[in-house]
Write a protein that binds this ligand. Sequence first.
Ligand code: MLC
Ligand code: AMP
Length: 498
Amino acid sequence: MPHLVHSAIAFGDRPAIHDATGTVTYAALHAHAARVATALLCDTDDLHEARVAVLVTPGAAWVAAMWGVWAAGGIAVPLSPQHPPAEWTYALDDADATALVVDAALHDAIAPVAQARALHVTMVETTDAPRTRLPLIGAERRAMMLYTSGTTGRPKGVVHTHGTLAAQIASLIDAWAWTAADHTLLVLPLHHVHGIVNVTCCALAVGAQLTMHARFDASSTWALLQTRRLTCLHAVPTIWARLLAAYDAMSPDEQRQSRAAVAALRLIVSGSAALPVLVLERWRALSGHTLLERYGMTEIGMALSNPLHGMRVPGHVGMPLPGVEVRAVDDDGHPVAPGVPGALEVRGPGVMREYWRRDADTRAAFRDGWFRTGDVGVLEDTAGGKSWRLLGRQSTDILKTGGYKVSALEIEDAVREHEAVAECAVVGLPDEQWGERVAVAVELRAQASLTLDELRAFLKPRIAPYKIPSALVTPESLPRNAMGKVLKPAVRALFGSA
Ligand code: MLC
Ligand code: AMP
């Protein structure tokens, strides 16, 4: 977003990012982004929405890469360093990317893929002298594409413009009272809105400090909580559960220091998946804070949030954020009364522009200007006033594991490629740590055999680690109805008895 990049100048020599390489000021970050933009532009004046993949280790250089793409007029397509090359090639080809910003550490892993597609490769470490004139970019221009799994087909590119991102950021700064006095910690991946918008963009938009970790790790997170003066923390329920497990393993003295560190935070936010009430209660006992739970989605940014001030109701996700409208509708699309469950629809300036080059999917995702989330919710009267409660998703083929959304159908396609597999069905199993665990039931071909380890090894180069099933059963035949359709609840039951 140009205004994010340009406002960095105003924050000058204030520290912006602390990462494994040290501390970078806002002025240095801005200069670095200008170097990346210059290298990307070569001798053109504007990238005119060319798709530029970003494969950079989370840290100040990642921000310089994103800002560089934005300042040059490109659409950034962030890729995950944890993904196998097969996931990268899918995104590069679907996005029709023509350029790549990469760091030295990740360069060799993606080089063959980049060469095969003749991508224009920019090293994020570029030392080119930055040009002074960069293109003027309007709010309506596309800025970023994030890949998200759906109920049909392969993952879709969710397109946000500079304007929709700016609206999301402004809404969260307002609701959660971000200021330059904040210092937050990034432990989330940078190929999803939670890490990109809620943490990185919000912190940098207000001139706050951001400590960035390449990957979540419970013990170093606790260490940073104790040594840095952090003010707020954002994460998914799996991370809150992992931090509790690490806390339980500490000595009484370390536990005392850890409690003091989290008690000193001003705000702890949870989202991306349902926060188990038990985890919320344990954090309340440990930190004195009621975790603020909110609800969002790649396509819409954040939509609902418990209040910053006022009562946060466990098991509820609060009311619409500033600028956002939320409604629940019945099967015919008519709004339902409070207290009646319905399909959640969202409207507002932060909602995505489109699914990349999928007009039919984009049309189907909206009803009269409202985005159809696929989640079911109900507006309830609670001790803290009216608040939305989520009741699940309309499709059982969408799972949430570790805060990642994954599609059962996409995983089934990958599993079916194994020669031992005749047919398969993927389901989510409830799991305390992961929310849901990916599980697969496989009907084997005659004479074939398959172990979980063999299947996992087969899938590792094909799909992201969090999509790989961690449970396998091989029934003689999958449970089906009279029409031959696989019955997912019955598939789930197979694991209960396994
Ligand atoms: C990893 N493992 C899993 C798994 N993920 N097993 C089951 N289910 C999963 N989902 C396995 C690994 O393969 C490994 O196995 C072992 O668990 C430990 O791995 P790890 O490396 O320690 O786990 P890690 O990769 O660190 O993952 C944990 C995590 C991560 C919680 C840090 O899942 C994460 O970053 N989640 C956040 C996702 C996110 O940002 N979502 C936001 C989407 S946007 P082995 O056998 O190798 O040891 C969105 C909108 C909104 O949702 O509202 O925010
Ligand atoms: P994603 O598509 O990865 O952005 O994931 C968005 C989905 O995460 C939503 O549609 C919800 O199903 C789920 N989600 C996000 N926040 C919450 C929450 N607080 N509680 C339950 N589910 C959530």
